[in-house]
Design a protein around this ligand. Structure first.
Ligand SMILES: NC(=O)c1ccc[n+]([C@@H]2O[C@H](COP(=O)([O-])OP(=O)(O)OC[C@H]3O[C@@H](n4cnc5c(N)ncnc54)[C@H](O)[C@@H]3O)[C@@H](O)[C@H]2O)c1
Length: 380
């Protein structure tokens, strides 16, 4: 290109190609399948390996993605992929993420990062030591309407931040004959507060990391078939900047709510996931509003999902189609993954362990307040 090249011609130069990110998907169940599909359809990601201890799950997903199926973690760590997506049961994240980081891979791990504080710290330390990127699947952070809220809150448009409130309260339905299923076993899921920590994560992410004080109460778990399911938990947090966080979680709320709000001295922003709408409010008056997604079809799909029965999915048999808002959300997440690997930074790497540590502090606070009799005792 010479200095006399006209500007119009310069603009037509093709963009610099992004090197293909070579990836492996570890865990080919319900959510691992969605992640792997959306990764594979991203133009900058090539899913080369699908790993699951159940080889038939790995094989059926790999066949749909034109990837190789393996049933052994060692084949993932010894491969030359750049990135590993970890979507195994929660209690296995620590071992799987650590193995991938130690093998020099960048890692995207589904939430929650881990189910113990020691493991959370071990993983953030390992990422720093190995110089690899650790992204946690806090998918709500990547939704366009929520990202815009975060940009406004962190740029000072709301004034000084005073509080943030996250709410996820609904009735959770459990499949018939769930048997010995990890999602209903707190020693493997971490319990409901950890397993469903999306809005707790938003509170921590908006208010700047781990709260320095946590007060929390949980009611006694309810019996669902042969399982015990946590019911109602209310948590209050004080952050180092003196802002206060509130969080409500329920698996038994017939009058359901699904929302997040952040309030500053000048304005508040609130997202209602049930209506797929974000509102900018000043002194009680709505001054602006926008969608959770940029796309009306995804917003309608989110509204439709929020109206329907909330069930834990057993597994992905390849035949069930996830709602379009969910695949759209994971597509936004994949854009963030590529952005992070390209620039070394992104919203999924920020405060990777704050929500897990806040949830574990909440469990501990609840035990101090109520004693073991009030809740299951797995959260040591
Ligand atoms: N971001 C979200 O909204 C969202 C939604 C659902 C699940 N998740 C998370 O995704 C993860 C997976 O959940 P899921 O619903 O897909 O569960 P799942 O039970 O459907 O899938 C888990 C898969 O891991 C495999 N597996 C178990 N042990 C393994 C091992 N040692 N090595 C390799 N593979 C092993 C299982 O065979 C199964 O295929 C969890 O961490 C969960 O919290 C996130």
């Amino acid at each position: 290109m010479t200095s006399t090249t006209p500007y119009s011609q310069l603009q037509e130069d093709p963009p610099m190609p992004v090197p293909q990110i070579r990836a492996a998907a570890l865990g080919a169940g319900f959510f691992g399948s969605i992640l792997a599909h959306e990764a594979a359809r991203h133009p900058d990601i090539q899913v080369e390996l699908v790993a699951d201890r159940d080889l038939s799950s790995a094989t059926s997903l790999a066949a749909r993605l034109d990837a190789q199926a393996v049933d052994d973690l060692a084949q993932v760590t010894s491969s030359d992929v750049d990135l590993v997506f970890v979507a195994t049961p929660n209690h296995l994240h620590a071992a799987h993420v650590l193995a991938a980081l130690e093998a020099g891979k960048h890692v995207f791990v589904e939430k929650p990062l881990t189910i113990t504080a020691d493991d959370a710290m071990a993983l953030t330390t390992a990422a720093a030591r190995t110089g690899r990127l650790l992204m946690v699947g806090h998918v709500l952070r990547t939704l366009p309407g929520v990202l815009r809220m975060h940009r406004m809150a962190t740029s000072g448009e709301l004034g000084e931040l005073l509080e943030a409130t996250g709410t996820r309260t609904r009735v959770v339905h459990v499949p018939d004959g769930a048997g010995d299923w990890w999602k209903l076993d707190p020693s493997r899921s971490g319990g409901e507060l950890l397993h469903e920590l999306h809005e707790l994560d938003l509170v921590c992410w908006f208010l700047g990391g781990r709260p320095e004080r946590v007060v929390s109460l949980s009611g006694a778990p309810v019996r669902v078939a042969e399982h015990q399911l946590d019911t109602v938990t209310r948590t209050t947090m004080l952050f180092p900047n003196r802002a206060v966080g509130f969080h409500d979680l329920s698996t038994s709320a017939h009058a359901s709510a699904w929302s997040f709000r952040v309030t500053g001295t000048e304005a508040a922003l609130e997202v209602d996931f049930k209506t797929a709408t974000v509102r900018h409010v000043v002194d009680g008056h709505e001054v602006d509003a926008w969608g959770v997604f940029d796309d009306p079809t995804a917003n309608e799909s989110l509204r439709e999902s929020a109206r329907s029965k909330q069930a834990y999915h057993r597994h992905n048999d390849g035949a069930s189609v996830p709602p379009s808002w969910m695949t759209r959300a994971v597509r936004h997440e994949m854009d963030q993954v590529v952005h992070t690997l390209t620039t070394g930074d992104g919203v999924l790497t920020q405060f990777p362990d704050s929500a897990v540590l806040a949830a574990l502090d909440a469990f501990a606070a609840g035990r101090v307040a109520l004693g073991d009799a009030a809740r299951s005792t797995v959260h040591a």
